[in-house]
Ligand binder design. Structure first.
Ligand SMILES: *[C@@H]1O[C@H](CO)[C@@H](O)[C@H](O)[C@H]1NC(C)=O
Ligand SMILES: *[C@@H]1O[C@H](CO)[C@@H](O)[C@H](O)[C@H]1NC(C)=O
Ligand SMILES: *[C@@H]1O[C@H](CO)[C@@H](O)[C@H](O)[C@H]1NC(C)=O
Ligand SMILES: *[C@@H]1O[C@H](CO)[C@@H](O)[C@H](O)[C@H]1NC(C)=O
Ligand SMILES: *[C@@H]1O[C@H](CO)[C@@H](O)[C@H](O)[C@H]1NC(C)=O
Ligand SMILES: *[C@@H]1O[C@H](CO)[C@@H](O)[C@H](O)[C@H]1NC(C)=O
Ligand SMILES: *[C@@H]1O[C@H](CO)[C@@H](O)[C@H](O)[C@H]1NC(C)=O
Ligand SMILES: *[C@@H]1O[C@H](CO)[C@@H](O)[C@H](O)[C@H]1NC(C)=O
Ligand SMILES: *[C@@H]1O[C@H](CO)[C@@H](O)[C@H](O)[C@H]1NC(C)=O
Ligand SMILES: *[C@@H]1O[C@H](CO)[C@@H](O)[C@H](O)[C@H]1NC(C)=O
Ligand SMILES: *[C@@H]1O[C@H](CO)[C@@H](O)[C@H](O)[C@H]1NC(C)=O
Ligand SMILES: *[C@@H]1O[C@H](CO)[C@@H](O)[C@H](O)[C@H]1NC(C)=O
Length: 545
């Protein structure tokens, strides 16, 4: 008995020592090969099989993602072998304490296929962050199973072809801080926007662009004191926009663009605002632009294009918004002189087109040296184009059409504007100086050139050197004689729209039918000329149309 006991004690002691040796051996092995495994627990088998099952339920298709840098993150996921840990898989994030999968980022991963509540995804109940944006879920509904992921703080399903009514289970995700369901053919009717806002009180970012909401914007939004970003573009919103939202002091990004039935007024703004983006374009906001808009010290982008702001001056306090890079006041009824905005040294885009501005083009515009896009079309601006404007060497787009500008334009003045690709001078009282002395090699390379009603008398020779034109407008000029042969070699790969109507053109400078050379041509307007002889033959690619 004693002997037996002794021998069994010895046996256990032996086994225990062997175990220790094994342990230390294991320890040595893992420290040598991959120290991180020692610090972090391995991924759980159940998580790993849920991930693999999820992977298996989709096809990998390049077309499923729009981002050019998309790639299938799941491709490298392999069943667990020795040393393979799902916590190290692309797009997978684990809790460093307990090894549970807490983050899954499969954005732009070329996933294509349907998903429903039986998906193994919903077994990953420890998930805090889930990003499936920019894939193709084949118009699946957002599965009810999403309610099981009750710890989620961040959910991004944008641009993923989810469709139908948004599942009410989303209201159970009361910890959500970031929610992005933008750019899907989704509805938010039952539950509605108010239900969402009442339940998801932690929200900082709510992005529902292009989701069909078709409701008023509920007042309770003003209770979301943590909100930093609210994007509700093109959602069919209507009714009066609650002013309280403008006063949320954390709010940095606010866009309700393209909700034509949404009405509202600007409130008085305070210096406490954090707003960087304010975009109300394409709504029915009305009233005046308050002087206090100058208190929005952080504002970087202001877009109130195509609203119902009533005629009136724009406040000179706009000039205090020195961080502005983009200012779009186009398509309202603003009037009077353009007030000096010359402090706005950061401006990249200035759009004042289609208002009622009067006076000359202000020469202080030359001080906005970073401008890349300037739109002043469709106002009542008069006088000559100030030559200082052509010193804005970063300009890419210059739109001055449909004003009362007069005087002559010598295109040589564009020789320093190497970045200019779109120039629109049509429908003023301008007179293009004869092109004979233009040094064609120093002109910018245009994509769009608008010279309707510019008193052009001969076909501008410099066009021979333009090989990237997409739009060429020479309507309503005084161009006589045949269309020069060199035109058939101009921008053959790119020209899509040519308007030569309302001139005195007589023909095609050759005595056989012309096969039009432009492979992308959509419109060639030759009406109201004096053409005789053969009709031109549309390009090969267009003949079936
Ligand atoms: C996509 O949906 C259509 C229609 O419901 C279905 O026929 C097709 O099999 C689905 N494709 C995939 C990959 O799930
Ligand atoms: C859910 O989708 C799987 C395939 O991913 C399918 O086998 C199953 O039948 C679907 N369940 C329901 C209820 O539609
Ligand atoms: C969601 O994902 C898209 C594309 O992957 C990204 O552009 C967007 O900023 C994300 N949304 C949030 C709220 O982070
Ligand atoms: C909304 O939140 C409350 C409290 O968190 C919860 O009891 C309720 O179930 C939620 N509503 C829905 C529809 O999930
Ligand atoms: C949005 O949903 C409403 C109600 O179902 C519908 O009448 C409307 O046509 C939808 N709008 C769009 C743009 O699909
Ligand atoms: C919103 O805030 C107001 C005032 O703080 C409060 O009376 C109201 O009950 C809140 N609404 C909700 C839905 O929380
Ligand atoms: C302002 O918003 C309108 C409507 O969405 C858009 O077309 C325009 O490009 C925006 N302007 C700028 C400068 O981004
Ligand atoms: C806004 O202006 C448009 C066109 O100018 C007009 O049709 C619409 O009725 C106006 N909306 C409001 C609310 O004034
Ligand atoms: C524009 O810049 C010039 C030269 O830097 C300066 O003399 C002039 O005062 C500025 N004009 C305005 C209106 O700020
Ligand atoms: C331009 O128009 C103004 C009146 O608006 C006139 O005084 C001036 O002489 C015109 N200049 C030229 C060059 O036609
Ligand atoms: C048009 O140009 C011709 C010379 O090419 C000039 O005589 C005439 O005054 C110009 N017309 C206008 C309206 O500027
Ligand atoms: C056109 O400009 C180029 C470059 O500045 C120059 O080399 C060339 O001599 C000029 N040609 C004429 C005809 O002035």
């Amino acid at each position: 008995m004693e002997k037996n006991m002794g021998s069994s004690t010895l046996y256990y002691l032996f086994m225990f020592m062997r175990f220790l040796v094994l342990l230390s051996g294991f320890h040595l092995m893992v420290t040598d090969s991959s120290p991180s495994v020692v610090q972090h627990p391995l991924c759980h088998g159940s998580d790993s099989s849920a991930l693999l099952e999820f992977k298996q339920s989709f096809l990998i298709e390049k077309f499923a993602s729009g981002d050019p840098s998309a790639y299938p993150k799941v491709e490298m996921w392999q069943p667990e072998r020795e040393g393979s840990d799902c916590c190290s898989w692309d797009g997978v994030e684990c809790d460093t304490n307990n090894g549970h999968v807490i983050g899954l980022d499969l954005s732009s991963s070329c996933l294509y296929g349907s998903i429903n509540s039986s998906s193994s995804l919903f077994r990953l109940v420890h998930l805090l962050r889930l990003d499936l944006s920019d894939n193709d879920f084949n118009y699946s509904k957002i599965p009810h199973g999403v309610g099981q992921l009750s710890r989620l703080t961040s959910l991004n399903l944008s641009s993923s072809r989810f469709s139908g009514q948004i599942s009410s289970q989303i209201l159970e995700l009361s910890k959500l801080v970031f929610l992005d369901l933008s750019s899907n053919p989704l509805h938010l009717h039952k539950p509605n926007l108010r239900n969402l806002v009442v339940n998801l009180t932690q929200l900082k970012k709510l992005h529902l662009n292009e989701v069909n909401i078709s409701s008023r914007v509920p007042d309770v939004f003003a209770n979301l004191s943590s909100l930093t970003s609210l994007l509700l573009e093109n959602c069919g919103l209507h009714g009066e926009f609650p002013t309280g939202i403008f006063h949320l002091s954390s709010l940095q990004f606010l866009s309700v663009r393209n909700n034509p039935d949404l009405t509202g007024l600007f409130p008085e703004f305070h210096h406490t605002s954090s707003l960087k983006l304010l975009a109300l374009a394409g709504t029915s906001f009305s009233g005046r632009l308050p002087t206090s808009i100058g208190n929005l010290d952080s504002l970087v982008e202001l877009n109130i294009s195509s609203c119902n702001f009533t005629s009136g001056l724009i406040p000179s306090s706009l000039g205090r918004l020195i961080q502005l890079t983009s200012l779009d006041l186009s398509r309202n009824s603003f009037s009077g002189q353009i007030p000096s905005l010359s402090n706005l040294k950061e401006l990249d885009t200035l759009d004042l087109s289609y208002n009622q501005f009067i006076g000359e083009i202000p020469s202080w515009l030359m001080n906005l040296t970073r401008l890349r896009r300037l739109y002043l079309a469709g106002n009542r601006l008069e006088g000559p184009i100030p030559s200082s404007l052509f010193g804005l060497v970063n300009l890419q787009c210059l739109y001055l059409e449909s004003n009362y500008l007069n005087g002559t334009v010598d295109l040589n003045i564009l020789s320093e504007m190497k970045n200019l690709i779109e120039l629109q001078l049509s429908n003023n009282s301008l007179s293009l100086l004869s092109s004979i002395n233009i040094n064609a090699t120093t002109l910018p390379t245009f994509k769009a050139l608008g010279l309707n009603s510019c008193n052009v008398t001969v076909f501008p020779d410099f066009l021979q050197n333009q090989d990237e034109l997409e739009v060429l407008l020479l309507r309503q000029n005084k161009i006589h004689g045949p269309i020069p042969k060199w035109l058939w070699n101009t921008s053959k790969e790119t020209l899509a729209y040519i308007d030569l109507s309302h001139n005195f053109l007589t023909g095609f400078d050759q005595n056989h039918p012309v096969v039009l050379p432009w492979s992308r041509l959509r419109i060639l307007d030759l009406s109201y000329n004096m053409l005789q002889g053969f009709l031109p033959i549309p390009p090969q690619s267009q003949r079936m149309n």
